[in-house]
Design a protein around this ligand. Structure first.
Ligand SMILES: Nc1ncnc2c1ncn2[C@@H]1O[C@H](COP(=O)(O)OP(=O)(O)OP(=O)(O)O)[C@@H](O)[C@H]1O
Length: 318
C-alpha cells in the first residue's frame, strides 16, 4: 500500500495579469535525427500556486519535458518559460526561479550533506543560508545526517538531500520528477507534508509520478501524456467525475461473459468492472447471474485516478 499523502490545499490565486509559473508552448523534442518523437507540440500553462501533476506511462515524454525546462536539453521546437523567463534566451533568471528534483540520484561523493547544501547555495549566489539549510534538514528528516559524507547515506537519504538541494535557494517553482520512486513510506509522508506546506505558502509545484494515489491526493490539476502528446488535462476532480464513477470488484475462478470482457480489468482471480451508475451495476450483476459466473467478495466502490488513467491510456477518451 502507498503511504497516504496529505491532501493538498486549494491553489492560491494567481496574481492578476502576471505571467504563468510555467508555460509550455508547442514544445517538440526528437531524438536520433528525428527518428524518435518524444514530445509532439505540447502546450499548457501552470499558474502560480498550483500543485500540478504530469502523468504518463514509461516513455511518454515526462522527463524530456523536465529536461528542457531545466536547460539540460534543448527543445526541437516551441518555447518554455518560467514566470515569464524563457529557458533558453533568459536561462539564468529562469533557472533561479526553479528547483528541480531529478529522477536520478546524482551527488558529489566528496562532501558532507551540509557542505553539499552550502555549495548549492553558492551556485545560486545565496550567502549565510544556514538557517534555511537547517530548516530543510529538519523537515526532510536529515538533521542528524548533516555531517555525514554523501557516500555514507542510503539511497532514500540521498534522495532527501536531492530534495533539499533543489530547495536551497527557495525557488518559487518546484519540479519533482518521480521523487518517491523506490522510497519508503516514512520519506513519502515527510516529503509530502513538507511540499504541501511549501505549496500552501505559495510555491508552485509540478510533479511527475507513477503513484497515482499521490497525484490524486495532491494535485489540483493533472495533465496526461501519451507518446509525447497531451491526451487529458483537467482539474483532478473533473477527471474523476467525468469518467466511470463506480467500480465493481470481485473474485472469481470462472470465465467472464464475453459482453463484460471489454470493460473489465482482470488481475489473477480479481476482476474490476467499471460502471457509470447504479442501473449499470444492476445490469452487470444480472449478466453475471445469467452466465452462472460465481462471484466472491463483491465490493462496490468509487473509481480512482488509476482507473481513469488506464481508461484514458487505453485510448477510450484520447
Ligand atoms: N537521449 C535519448 N536518446 C534517444 N531517445 C531518447 C532519449 N531520451 C529519451 N528518449 C526517448 O524519448 C521517449 C520519451 O522518454 P522520456 O524519458 O522523456 O519518458 P518518461 O515519460 O520520462 O518515461 P519514464 O516514466 O520511464 O521516466 C522515449 O521513447 C525514450 O526512449
Amino acid at each position: 500500500m502507498l503511504a497516504s499523502p496529505p491532501t493538498s490545499p486549494a491553489a492560491s490565486s494567481a496574481p492578476a495579469g502576471g505571467p504563468p509559473a510555467l508555460r509550455f508552448h508547442q514544445v517538440s523534442k526528437t531524438y536520433r535525427a528525428g527518428q524518435v518523437k518524444a514530445l509532439d507540440q505540447v502546450s499548457f500553462d501552470i499558474q502560480p500556486g498550483e500543485f500540478f501533476g504530469l502523468l504518463g506511462p514509461n516513455g511518454a515524454g515526462k522527463t524530456s519535458l523536465i529536461s528542457i525546462l531545466g536547460g539540460l536539453s534543448r527543445a526541437s521546437g516551441g518555447a518554455v518559460s518560467v514566470l515569464g523567463h524563457d529557458v533558453v534566451n533568459d536561462y539564468a533568471e529562469a533557472r533561479k526561479k526553479l528547483g528541480i528534483v531529478p529522477q536520478e540520484l546524482v551527488f558529489d561523493p566528496f562532501f558532507s550533506v551540509r557542505e553539499t547544501l552550502r555549495i548549492q547555495s553558492g551556485y545560486f549566489g545565496v550567502r549565510n543560508n544556514d538557517d534555511w539549510i537547517d530548516e530543510l534538514l529538519l523537515n526532510l528528516g536529515l538533521a542528524d545526517k548533516a555531517h555525514f559524507n554523501m557516500r555514507q547515506l542510503s539511497g532514500g537519504m540521498k534522495r532527501r538531500v536531492l530534495v533539499a538541494q533543489a530547495l536551497v535557494h527557495r525557488p518559487p517553482v518546484i519540479v519533482l520528477d518521480e521523487p518517491t520512486a523506490g522510497v519508503d513510506v516514512e520519506l513519502r509522508q515527510t516529503l509530502w507534508q513538507f511540499i504541501a506546506r511549501l505549496n500552501r505558502e505559495g510555491h508552485t509545484v509540478l510533479l511527475t509520478t507513477h503513484y497515482l494515489e499521490e497525484a490524486e491526493a495532491l494535485c489540483h490539476r493533472i495533465a496526461m501524456l501519451k507518446q509525447g502528446r497531451i491526451v487529458a488535462l483537467d482539474r483532478t476532480s473533473e477527471l474523476l467525475a467525468g469518467r466511470a464513477s463506480t467500480m465493481l470488484q470481485f473474485k472469481t475462478d470462472a470465465a467472464l461473459p464475453m459482453s463484460l470482457l471489454s470493460q473489465s480489468r482482470v488481475t489473477g482471480r480479481i476482476v474490476q468492472i467499471k460502471a457509470h451508475d447504479a442501473a449499470e451495476v444492476e445490469t452487470i450483476l444480472a449478466t453475471l447471474r445469467e452466465a452462472a459466473c460465481p462471484v466472491e467478495d463483491l465490493e462496490i466502490g468509487r473509481a480512482d485516478l488509476e482507473d481513469v488513467f488506464l481508461e484514458i491510456m487505453q485510448g477510450a477518451h484520447a
